[in-house]
Design a protein around this ligand. Structure first.
Ligand code: AHG
Ligand code: MN
Ligand code: MN
Length: 335
């Protein structure tokens, strides 16, 4: 029988054999995985667990929160605050940072998360997920503060997501490629099901919310228009379109079979650089995609090189198959 490698064993090997991750980071990732398991159980209960519907509250970004946004946020905080591996956390669903209470030891890592991605899909039983990013707290004896989180994406030491779909799959990078783990519900553990994930450099599949077409900027219009022209157009091939409206699910498809995902700036809210959040969505997904051989830009620069100015900063996102992302990015510089 083929050897089954659990997430625990994979992480121990990353720590001991390859020396890639320190013990505290291994613990942190185990704890995040455990929290995701617990969120997965809540998601699976659905209406039976009373977890569907809205919570009658708004987050800092003015979005109505769903019950599961709040539940997932609480699960992640409760799981992570006492282990001694973290200094603080930041979440899409919290106004400010959450400093580990001083009754617990403080560790050297910072954890950022989008506790529940794809909120509009919760009540309709479509794949949703959790996205996370890990940074190191800057050296020094002073207490942790919000500014410590404002590090460019290339400083991440771990990133990943868990998609709650037909299967629950945890996808992870610690800078040594991308690995996927499927939740074995009988055993209660994540089992390694794919290593060295690679995104094909070319694709015939794009993902964008087409209903925003009239608001797009010229380079995005040009790219999508050329795809839509199919074999008769300049690309000389037919394209397919997918849009799940959960970034986790769209990125998971791209890591599995290639494709390009775009959530560009558009004219609806001209003062916002985009809809997606740099720290909780674009950075972790951008790093995963790069680690799998793909690319991620905001149309002008590499996502991972953007210096964040604030915690809840938004950004345009173009990521996936390398040659397509480079093409869209080059259209931006031709203007
Ligand atoms: P969240 O549920 O965390 O707010 O994120 C939803 C995001 C992202 O997952 C998805 O790609 C996008 O919003 C969908 O937006 P539209 O509804 O505008 O298509
Ligand atoms: Mn999200
Ligand atoms: Mn969310």
């Amino acid at each position: 029988m083929a050897k089954r490698i659990s997430l625990t064993r994979y992480l121990v090997e990353q720590q001991r054999v390859d020396g890639l991750i320190p013990g505290q980071l291994r613990l942190l990732l185990e704890v995040v995985a455990r929290a995701c398991k617990s969120i997965s159980h809540a998601v699976n209960k659905g209406a039976l667990g009373g977890v569907l519907g809205s919570a009658d509250s708004e987050n800092v970004q003015g979005e109505i929160q769903k019950k599961l946004d709040i539940i997932a946020n609480e699960v992640l905080i409760e799981a992570n605050e006492w282990g001694g591996h973290l200094a603080a956390m930041a979440s899409e669903e919290m106004d400010g940072i959450y400093v580990v209470p001083n009754r617990y030891p403080q560790g050297e890592y910072l954890l950022l998360f989008d506790p529940l991605d794809g909120s509009s899909n919760i009540d309709v039983n479509v794949s949703i997920g959790t996205i996370f990013s890990v940074l190191k707290k800057p050296e020094g004896d002073r207490g942790v503060e919000a500014g410590d989180f404002l590090q460019a994406g290339h400083q991440q030491v771990a990133a990943g997501y868990c998609v709650y779909g037909p299967q629950t799959t945890l996808v992870l990078t610690v800078g040594d490629g991308v690995a996927m783990f499927t939740l074995d519900r009988e055993q209660g553990s994540f089992i390694l099901t794919q290593e060295n994930v690679r995104i094909p450099e070319d694709t015939k599949e794009f993902a964008i919310n087409m209903s925003n077409m009239r608001h797009w900027d010229a380079p995005i219009k040009r790219y999508v228009d050329e795809c839509l022209q199919g074999v008769e157009g300049p690309r000389g091939k037919n394209f397919n379109m997918r849009w799940v409206a959960s970034m986790v699910a769209d990125v998971h498809r791209i890591l599995t079979r290639g494709g390009i995902f775009m959530y560009p700036w558009d004219k609806r809210e001209p003062n916002k650089p985009g809809k997606l959040r740099l720290m909780y969505e674009a950075n972790p997904m951008g790093w995963l995609v790069e680690q799998a051989g793909g690319a991620a830009t905001n149309g002008k620069q590499r996502i991972l090189d953007i210096q964040p100015g604030q915690l809840h900063e938004r950004v345009s996102v173009i990521l996936g198959s390398k040659n397509e992302v480079e093409r869209v990015t080059s259209y931006h510089s031709e203007l």
